[in-house]
Write a protein that binds this ligand. Structure first.
Ligand SMILES: C[S@@+](CC[C@H](N)C(=O)[O-])C[C@H]1O[C@@H](n2cnc3c(N)ncnc32)[C@H](O)[C@@H]1O
Length: 234
């Protein structure tokens, strides 16, 4: 018998879980959450951290992952553009999750599953080498130096992501914060990701299938420059 993993004690979540009170319509959208769950992700329901059965969930299609999807505009866009893949979105901010679920009701996409929680809990239960593309779009910047260790681009997040990705899988990171670019370019190679840029200016060009997110539009309005970084699991 194998010993079940120990629940991490130091997995603090520092972001926002709730915003304004949900409208009745948003509460209604949240009723869809259970049906769209990717499986047992929470520690209480899956203390042994059994891997999710992704092949059954998505009929053997390739699986993509969007971390921190915000209001979900990019997730829905990718799902509609790529019915040949399954997408898992993870987002702990419940107002954002409700907005995504509203968008999904108005979309024909049937290939999205949603975990309303922390990406670390989801990554624990993703089978090794199961994800063929991952998106990290405008992760929380945590501008103060003493908070940089809360950023997603740290070993606590990158190691489980690396384990979950297939060899050669693409990992897209978008950010408008120059110091986040610095930390990303420093940490990702250490975690086993190679930057794909052929020219230094490649970071300026969005991906061909890009859809600008809400946060990106705010960043542009406030005069900040988007950086588009493409990595591959080596
Ligand atoms: C700056 S917002 C960007 C949202 C969206 N990607 C966009 O571009 O508009 C960062 C998002 O990451 C989410 N986030 C923060 N920590 C997370 C975690 N541990 N797991 C998953 N999502 C997380 C936040 O709740 C927030 O919605």
């Amino acid at each position: 018998m194998t010993t079940p993993p120990e629940r991490p004690r130091d997995r603090n979540f520092y972001g926002r879980l709730r915003g304004k009170a949900l409208k009745p319509s948003q509460k209604g959208y949240l009723e869809d959450l259970a049906a769209l769950s990717p499986g047992k992700v929470g520690w209480d329901e899956n203390p042994e951290r059994r891997p999710l059965e992704l092949a059954a969930l998505f009929d053997g299609k390739p699986v993509w992952l969007e971390i921190g999807f915000g209001s979900g505009e990019h997730l829905v866009h990718q799902a509609e553009a790529h019915p040949e893949v399954g997408l898992i979105g993870v987002e702990p901010y419940i107002n954002g999750v409700a907005t995504l679920l509203g968008k999904l009701r108005r979309s024909d996409a049937e290939n999205v599953r949603v975990h309303a929680g922390d990406a670390r809990d989801l990554m624990d239960v993703l089978p090794p080498a199961s994800i063929s593309k991952a998106f990290l779009l405008y992760p929380d910047p945590w501008p103060k130096a003493r908070h940089h260790r809360r950023r997603f681009v740290t070993p606590e997040h990158l190691d489980p992501l690396h384990r979950a990705l297939l060899p050669g899988a693409e990992f897209r990171v978008a950010t408008d914060i120059p110091d986040y670019v610095r930390q990303t370019l420093e940490e990702l190679p250490k975690a086993g990701f190679a930057w794909e840029a052929a020219r230094a200016s490649d970071w300026r060009r969005p991906w061909p299938d890009w859809l600008s997110t809400r946060y990106e539009q705010k960043a542009r309005r406030e005069g900040r420059t988007p950086h588009y970084l493409t990595f591959r699991k080596t």
